[in-house]
Write a protein that binds this ligand. Structure first.
Ligand SMILES: [Ca+2]
Ligand SMILES: [Ca+2]
Length: 147
């Protein structure tokens, strides 16, 4: 193999290695470093004392022992194009083990007719003083609810 050919071969190997790293990320987005975190479809959770509807934005968490997880949750009300989704608020959580987190919030009435609410979550895992990078955000299913 002459020198020119060898350089070309090395470049091909480097390119395919970079591609396999880039393509692996989305498939494992909700499992990272021994924790699995899933944003569950929001559920109706009754009424507050003022008669306003409540919605529980739950998050399922399952971590191996010795791991703690930090979670960012962003809540939205979905709108059709050309309107952007309405941002409703953020909450952060720190937990470990196997649990389902609850976050009960009042339901907005931002438009005529039903509201369509969902949440996005991302997380990072700490173990023995080492913290993983943040995952990408994952979107829950959308709850359509009269209000
Ligand atoms: Ca809407
Ligand atoms: Ca409405």
């Amino acid at each position: 193999m002459n020198t020119k050919k060898r350089i070309a071969t090395l470049a091909t190997v480097a390119a395919s290695a970079a591609m396999s790293v880039a393509m692996a990320a989305p498939a494992s987005a909700n499992t990272s470093s021994g924790c699995t975190v899933t944003p569950l479809k929001p559920i109706f959770a009754g009424f507050n004392s003022s008669g306003v509807k409540l919605v529980n934005y739950r998050i399922s968490v399952s971590c191996s022992s010795g791991r703690t997880v930090s979670i960012d949750q962003d809540r939205y009300e979905e709108d059709s194009w050309p309107n952007g989704d309405d941002f409703l608020g953020s909450t952060t959580f720190n937990t470990s083990g196997v649990t389902t987190l609850s976050n009960v919030r009042t339901l907005v009435d931002g438009e005529i007719g039903d509201e369509e609410v969902y949440h996005n979550v991302r997380f990072r895992v700490s173990s023995n003083g080492v913290t993983s990078p943040w995952t990408s955000f994952q979107k829950s299913a959308v709850l359509t609810i009269p209000n």
